[in-house]
Each structure stands twice: as structure tokens, then as C-alpha cells.
Design a protein around this ligand. Structure first.
Ligand SMILES: NC(=O)c1ccc[n+]([C@@H]2O[C@H](COP(=O)([O-])OP(=O)(O)OC[C@H]3O[C@@H](n4cnc5c(N)ncnc54)[C@H](O)[C@@H]3O)[C@@H](O)[C@H]2O)c1
Length: 351
């Protein structure tokens, strides 16, 4: 595509908070770059708004996602489409950005519907645990659809990028640097700097595991334990993230943890993300109100990833007998399911 004559056509699968911001970012570039078609189609999981209007129609009329990104124009070249098959029709670059629990179902609907040579990129944080072991989302996409899939992760709280505050992101790729560079071109703006690293597993594991550490950080906030404790939790968390990633995938590189997807994403999520916020409320309620209840009350349809990821990580740890090696990752899950009180988040042996 890039080297041939035809232009790249991008479709975004997902239209939540990050999905909407990613569409806006991408569309600002496709409008300018000659190697891309202007139009960016964004698949919308259809919802009926309190006004009785369909979300997709409302987005196309107002050029704004009033539910997941109110107050921000997406760009006239972003077209919302509730029909998945139609949204990806003729596209050769697919951006996957839905909560991770929906990816498998979405991909299954797309089998046999994609153009040959289609490339994917996943902005999704999370993993699926299968009988055979953990499967990262990019791998799941590749396995179901038979397409190459890069990942983009970083210190990227969507609402801040929506108002063009400076941030960075990391693209992880497997072998094909040319494709990774094409993705970087699509996403890079003066306020959003994207680097590429040949460590897809490391980048994706960083983005996934930090949500579990963010739950721990939120618990510490809810227990009013202060900055030293929170920094300690972040350090222990980062250490466990690295050790767990390397055990799962020995090719993971240490340097990846110093990229935006690593320490930077960990810091921003532990300071400002939704996982931290809901975990703080959980601790303030002494663990008596469930995460499900708090998620529904506080996030208005947005999804909490940390709790489900903690469960998935815990399944891997118990299956492989690694629990002792990862006290923080294990404790977070045991607190989330009410097996331990929130105060257990700071009860470990030195490690
Ligand atoms: N929001 C952020 O700041 C941010 C930043 C970086 C990465 N991410 C990651 O991006 C991914 C998507 O998050 P988001 O913030 O765009 O979403 P979100 O949590 O804001 O919204 C949830 C989305 O899920 C959709 N949905 C609900 N039920 C569905 C179903 N049954 N099938 C398919 N879709 C359904 C909703 O329509 C909505 O678009 C997640 O993996 C998240 O971890 C988010």
C-alpha cells in the first residue's frame, strides 16, 4: 500500500473513551497525509441514549461522542458506523480499541470479511486466559483473523490527549518495522509522540499489567497511606510486572519498561486512571461495596480493566505455581474478590 499506488484505508473498531480519541487523532493525520484516505470509519457498539436517539446517529450528527467523549469534535472525516462488517469494508488498516472482553466476539464476526494483506494494531489492555495458557490480545486477533497485529500502549489517559496535552506512546512490533513505522506515522502528532520497539510482548504486557498495579495504588489512596507507600507499591508493582512478563515471554526486553508503555504508563495510571479511582472508593468503603457496583456507579458505561486482568493474572499464577513470587499481583486479586481486606495491600515480606 504505502509503496504501491493505492491509499491506506483505516477503520477503528471501538468508540469508547480511548476509541473516540484515537479516531480523532488518526483522522487529523489521514486528512493531511497523502498515503491515507481521509475518511476514518469508527465502528460503534450501538446504544440508545436517554434521549431515545441512537449513539451512532448522534455521533454523525454532532461530530461528537456525547456518551464517551462529550464536548470534543472528532473531525468531519470520522464516520460512525454501527455495522461492523460495513465499518471495516475495504479497510487495510484496522485499529482495535474495545474493552478486552469483547475482542474475541468481534473478531469472530470478521472472519473471512477482511481484505488480504490487512494489518491490525491493538490499543487494548488485557489478556485472555485459555486452557493452553495466557493469550495477549494482539495474539488473539492474529489467531482468529490471520492478520499481523502490532500494539500501541503508553501513558495515555484519553481525556488528556483529547485536549491535545503532550504525551508519548510506544508501538510494539514483531518483525516488520516498515509496518510499525506506517502505524507510527498514522498516530504521531506534535502533541503525541510515538516510538517503535521490536518487543510486542513486552509492550503489551506492560500496558496490561499496570492496570493491576493501579488497583493497588488506588487501595493505598483509599487507606490514606500517603506518597511513600504509593511509591513503594509502584516500585514493587513494576518489579513484578517485569518478572512476570519475562517468565511468560523470555524475549521481553528490560528497556521496554523504560518506554512510555512501561514506567510512564504505570505512573499516570497510578496517579490518575479509572482503575485507581474505583479502587480508592472500594477501600474507602472497607471493601463492602463490590467493584462491579462501583464500576456501574462511577464509570457510566466505561469499563474497568484492572479487576478482570488481576483475575486473569491470578489464574496464570495459580496454574503455574508462581503465586509466592508475585505477592502484589496475587494480593490485588484476593482483595478484589473479598478474600482479603483492602489493608492487606501493604502486608508482604520484603522482596
Ligand atoms: N480510556 C483511556 O484513557 C484508555 C487509555 C489507553 C488505553 N485504553 C484501553 O482502550 C480500550 C478501550 O477502552 P475505551 O476507553 O475506549 O472504552 P470505554 O471503557 O470508554 O467504553 C466502553 C466501550 O465498550 C463498548 N461496549 C459495551 N458493551 C459492548 C459489547 N457487548 N461489545 C462491544 N463493545 C461494547 C461501549 O459501547 C464503549 O464503546 C481498553 O482496553 C482500555 O484499557 C483506554
Amino acid at each position: 500500500m504505502e509503496n504501491g499506488h493505492a491509499k491506506n484505508l483505516v477503520a477503528v473498531i471501538g468508540s469508547g473513551n480511548w476509541g473516540s480519541v484515537a479516531s480523532r487523532l488518526i483522522a487529523s493525520n489521514t486528512a493531511k497525509l497523502p498515503s491515507f484516505h481521509d475518511e476514518v470509519r469508527m465502528w460503534v457498539f450501538e446504544e440508545i441514549l436517554p434521549t431515545g436517539k441512537k449513539l451512532s446517529e448522534s455521533i454523525n450528527q454532532a461530530n461528537e461522542n456525547c456518551k464517551y467523549l462529550p464536548g470534543i469534535k472528532l473531525g468531519a472525516n470520522v464516520i460512525a458506523d454501527p455495522d461492523l462488517e460495513n465499518a471495516v469494508k475495504d479497510a487495510n488498516m484496522l485499529v482495535f480499541v474495545t474493552p478486552h472482553q469483547f475482542v474475541e466476539g468481534i473478531c469472530k464476526k470478521l472472519v473471512g470479511k477482511l481484505r488480504p494483506g490487512t494489518e491490525g494494531i491493538s490499543l487494548i489492555k488485557g489478556m485472555e486466559v485459555k486452557m493452553e495458557g495466557p493469550c495477549m490480545i494482539s495474539k488473539l486477533i492474529t489467531n482468529i483473523l490471520g492478520i499481523n497485529c502490532c500494539v500501541l500502549m503508553g501513558a495515555n489517559i484519553a481525556n488528556e490527549i483529547a485536549v491535545e496535552k503532550f504525551s508519548e506512546a510506544t508501538i510494539g512490533y514483531k518483525k516488520d518495522k516498515e509496518v510499525a513505522t506506517r502505524w507510527a506515522k498514522l498516530f504521531t502528532t506534535p502533541y503525541f509522540l510515538v516510538s517503535v520497539v521490536e518487543d510486542i510482548e513486552g509492550v503489551e504486557l506492560c500496558g496490561t499489567l499496570k492496570n493491576v498495579v493501579a488497583i493497588a495504588a488506588g487501595l493505598v489512596d483509599g487507606l490514606d497511606m500517603g506518597n511513600n507507600t504509593k511509591a513503594a507499591i509502584m516500585r514493587i508493582g513494576l518489579r513484578e510486572m517485569r518478572a512476570f512478563s519475562k517468565l511468560l515471554s523470555p524475549t521481553v526486553r528490560d528497556n521496554t519498561f523504560f518506554e512510555s508503555c512501561g514506567v510512564a504508563d504505570l505512573i499516570t495510571t497510578c496517579l490518575g486512571g479509572r482503575n485507581r479511582r474505583v479502587a480508592e472508593a472500594f477501600a474507602r468503603n472497607g471493601g463492602k461495596r463490590s467493584f462491579d457496583e462501583l464500576e456501574a456507579e462511577m464509570l457510566h458505561g466505561q469499563k474497568l480493566q484492572g479487576v478482570s486482568t488481576a483475575k486473569e493474572v491470578y489464574e496464570v499464577l495459580t496454574y503455574r505455581g508462581w503465586q509466592e513470587l508475585f505477592p502484589l499481583l496475587s494480593t490485588v486479586h484476593e482483595i478484589c474478590i473479598g478474600q482479603l481486606p483492602p489493608t492487606s495491600i501493604v502486608e508482604y515480606r520484603i522482596h
